[in-house]
Design a protein around this ligand. Sequence first.
Ligand code: ME8
Length: 531
Amino acid sequence: MEKKRFYITTPIYYPSAKLHIGHAYCTVLTDIFARYKRLRGFECYFLTGADEHGQKIEKNALAAGKTPQQFVDEIVEGFHKLWKLLDISNDDFIRTTQDRHVKVVQDIFTKMYNKGDIYLGKYQGWYCTPCESFWTDTQVGPEHLCPDCGRPVQVAEEEAYFFKTQKYVDALLKFYDENPKFLTPESRKNEMINTFIKPGLDDLCVSRTSFSWGVPIRENEKHVVYVWLDALTNYITALGYDSDHPELFNKFWQDPECETIHILGADITRFHAIYWPMFLESLGLRKPDREFVHGLLMMKDSKMSKSKGNVVDPYPLVEHFGLDAVRYYLAREIIFGQDGSFSPEQFVERVNSDLANSLGNLLNRTVSMINKYFGGVIPAYKGCVTSFDGNLESVAKETVKQYEFLMDDLKITEAISMVNELVNRANKYIDETTPWALAKDESKQEELASVMNHLANSIYIAGMLLKPVLTRASDKLFEQLGVTGDLLKYENVYNFGCIENVTVNKGEQLFPRLDATIEVPFIQDLMNGNK
Ligand code: ME8
């Protein structure tokens, strides 16, 4: 049964440095989905936030001469600005330093401890004495050097609490079997099983004593909760789990009528797909319906990351090209679920081909023709008059159906490309029907009117389906088509022909064509940090 209520989340990002286009990518795509559901009239609760604890943040703050709280406050301010710039429609923003989170993480720890799922043991790792930091095998590499200061590290031990993963492996595998849609893309599930579960999962370290910027453990004040138990639980603490106000939690988490969806990057699949369901099982709570793993954006042949300094800053990109172009590019060009790369050439090409040449041009030509041939009023719908009307109309109807099917299944890239095909079909329809020739022939006025109506209705449908992506341009498109009031309701997409007898308004080009010889070097400069 199709669900009518949705809870959708992004990862909570580390405020260790400014966010880059990779974070923007994940949040924009999640936003598109949330907007799509709301557009269709469903209730949707959209959460994002900041993962503020940990050693790295403690160190970065120290290096910046700030307290960790001051440090994260400033960076999180930047998160809010970025989400505002990108028109992100989140309903809440959770910070793991907020009391509502801290208190509940402490309670969760106690529940798991009392149940025997967490025990006190010894953590062994590579330790850098001058930096007072533990590192993993991968971090120290074959030379066993501290990734921060470059000095040799030693094997050391510290007392730590562990979560008993083995207790929950069978339940997890059963859950995978019973919920084939839980993890998408499908290949991720095999990766989890073959790479992590089959070779034998170690118990998960959930506390540390070597730094103090974390949630203090009530049972043992030397310890702070370590990373993932703190971070993952944000998805329920934000909803009021275990609080005096559990209404949202009951409505958007526990109620099977609500579809719960986590969107995350491939780098953190293991934590979401293995440990998170185990934590929830331990707490006796419902597990998410879906986890969708999007690919990572690469730059200069390697993963874009704050620590590598090879990042694209979304700010100048949006300032220069406009929000719609950036949102469209991210959603359309990079296949949701696969790794991609941010490429200046593809950016310019995509904006020009889909937005300037196809959609913008179609709108522009149509509004001009309606002005010229019908005094600016969209002629009434009279069914299919020319021999091409039926095909355009059925493509439009089929596009709506396919689009909804794909969007519901989080296949956002494919859904948008369907809309682009409708726009291309409508452009071709102009060449087929040759309105300029019909206009010269007195006897072809009915046909000409039908062509204008079919064009206006096709553009309307495309504009409505793209509304979750083009948060600004879709309104401009409707304004130019003269669409207002009830006609702005989504359900009109099922009623081809409903756009009639309204007056169009010729406006600016929705998307000016970009000159690749100027714009490609502009983006390249941004990527090289020259701007
Ligand atoms: O991992 N391309 O936070 P984080 C695409 N705090 N997406 C990217 C990306 C790239 N190059 N780089 C980052 C953390 N992302 C934890 C999460 S959740 C309970 C805790 C996106 O700041 C992608 O969604 O490192 C990735 O999973 C996330 O940012 C990691 O953000």
